[in-house]
Design a protein around this ligand. Structure first.
Ligand code: CP
Ligand code: NVA
Length: 331
């Protein structure tokens, strides 16, 4: 059975009133995405200096996910997504189960649709990190609880909302800002393309032609009014940027045997101090992590004064709290 297409399918059929899946940024109204980032910022500010394990209702906020359990299914490794979702649920009063897909019958060929229906009987939500976007679509189609995209080969929407929160904390409103991506036009780059339409920032991507971001995502974003340029020259993309962004040269879905050719193709797109100097003087450097110092960015940049990578990692937790509230109809 073919999974439904993200661009056209209605995945919300099995959900209770007010519950929603969080699958692709271009399926979610811009107003809702804005509300999610604002709520993340509000809750983050209210937690300043508080112990991380303290529930939000001990800080004068609400913790409306008491009694809710989120299953997190991982087909790929994770540090940030796994720990930040776990702590996000705890702070909101809920609980999590971490499930390695290889330990589930899913890993032995049980169908995604049966898994979705079975999990829906036990837990209140499912976060899935998977390879094929079709697997995520199938999970959402058959689950009767909210499904959250924890990264696919196609996109990484939780990351990009955390990045927008990080940008706005450092530089103010993202609307009208210029963001530059240099390197592989991968899942994270493609999600920035989706976000450019909703948050109305300019996006310049520099990459070799064979590593362009998914052209269907770029075309859909441009149809929605996104200002996205695809360039071949890193310096041109970065010129005058408010943020410089890159990611690993080899993603989790890439075969190891492309390593050498990737490195050759992407060397001119490395973020070093000279490239950073072409951006605005107060530009920030973003990287979703995990990083490889000396490859996609030099250690000087990664650990330099313009880098906000560890705030960005922390912000995954704050952004996901707001995503969870939105999925469960509490935002
Ligand atoms: N950035 C990110 O998603 O990190 P993990 O792979 O560690 O979850
Ligand atoms: N592009 C990377 C992001 C990791 C968080 C990958 O898919 O491996």
């Amino acid at each position: 059975m073919n999974a439904p297409d993200f661009a056209t399918a209605d995945f919300s059929q099995g959900l209770a009133a007010k519950e929603r899946h969080f699958l692709e940024l271009d399926q979610i109204p811009a107003e809702a995405l804005r509300r999610i980032v604002d709520e993340a910022q509000r809750r983050k500010r209210a937690r300043l200096g508080a112990p991380k394990g303290l529930r939000d209702d001990r800080l004068g906020l609400t913790a409306p996910l008491e009694g809710r359990a989120l299953a997190m299914v991982f087909e790929k490794p994770s540090t940030r997504t796994r720990v930040s979702f776990d702590m996000a649920m705890r702070q909101l009063g809920g609980e999590t189960l971490v499930l390695n897909a290889q330990d589930l019958q899913l890993g032995r060929g049980e169908s995604v649709s049966d898994t979705a229906q079975v999990l829906s009987g036990y837990v209140d939500g499912v976060m899935l990190r998977t390879f094929r976007p079709e697997t995520l679509a199938e999970m959402a189609e058959h689950a009767t609880v909210p499904v959250i995209n924890g990264l696919t080969d196609r996109s990484h929407p939780c990351q990009i909302l955390a990045d927008i929160l990080t940008f706005e904390e450092a530089r103010g409103p993202i609307k009208g800002a210029r963001l530059a991506w240099t390197g592989d036009g991968n899942n994270v780059a493609a999600t920035f393309v989706q976000a450019a339409a909703a948050f109305e920032f300019e996006l310049a991507i520099a990459c070799p032609p064979e590593l362009d971001p998914d052209p269907t995502i770029v075309a859909a974003a441009r149809d929605r009014g996104a200002q996205v340029e695809i360039l071949r020259d890193a310096a041109a993309a970065v010129a005058g940027a408010d943020a410089v962004i890159t990611d690993t040269w080899l993603s989790m879905n890439d075969p190891q045997d492309v390593r050498e050719s990737r490195h050759r193709a992407l060397q001119p797109y490395q973020v070093d101090a000279a490239l950073m100097a072409k951006a605005k003087a107060d530009a920030i450097f973003l990287h979703c992590l995990p990083a490889h110092r000396g490859e996609e960015a030099t250690a000087e940049v990664m650990d330099g004064s313009q880098s906000v990578i560890f705030t960005e990692a922390e912000n995954r937790m704050h952004a996901q709290k707001a995503i969870l509230l939105w999925c469960f109809g509490a935002l």
